[in-house]
Ligand binder design. Structure first.
Ligand code: RB5
Length: 148
């Protein structure tokens, strides 16, 4: 199950991505927003990130205007590996090397077609584990040490 969210800057791309997930018969929940009113990206970034970190969702997709605010906000939540990607290479690496559990896109940076393509690349890629797992362990050790 994938949690999807945006702010007003990512609303159009979010709607297209929900359509794509539906086409692929993937279970998802659109956690908002549901109209074009101006909203604050940390509210939705935190909502989706905590929904993933709690284990209620396997992964998340977040979209704001640039993707920058959403990635900053989502990465504040322990257990979240949010990756802002711009092209098929970074979308693939986000999964293969970083095992990103939240994909972040810029709705004002990407065309709707490219945004959807990046979601597909990320969904269809596989974490390589091995040396990359060791690096992720170090990242999460930072969280564990901070919470001591
Ligand atoms: C909203 O205008 C814009 O600042 C937001 O969508 C995002 O790009 C922030 O990083």
């Amino acid at each position: 199950m994938i949690a999807v969210g945006s702010d007003h800057g990512g609303l159009e791309l979010k709607q297209a991505i929900c359509g794509l997930l539906q086409q692929r018969a993937l279970e998802y929940a659109d956690l908002g927003p549901f109209d074009e009113s101006s909203v604050d990206y940390p509210d939705f970034g935190f909502k989706i990130a905590t929904a993933v970190a709690s284990g209620d969702f396997e992964a998340g997709i977040l979209i704001c205007g640039t993707g920058i605010g959403m990635s900053i906000a989502a990465n504040k939540v322990d257990g979240i590996r949010a990756a802002l990607v711009h092209d098929p290479f970074t979308a693939r690496m986000a999964k293969e090397h970083n095992n990103a559990n939240v994909l972040v896109l810029g709705g004002r940076v990407l065309s709707v077609d490219m945004g959807c393509e990046l979601v597909e690349v990320w969904l269809d890629s596989t974490f390589e584990s091995g040396r990359h797992q060791g690096r992720l362990d170090k990242v999460h050790q930072i969280e564990a040490d901070r919470n001591k």
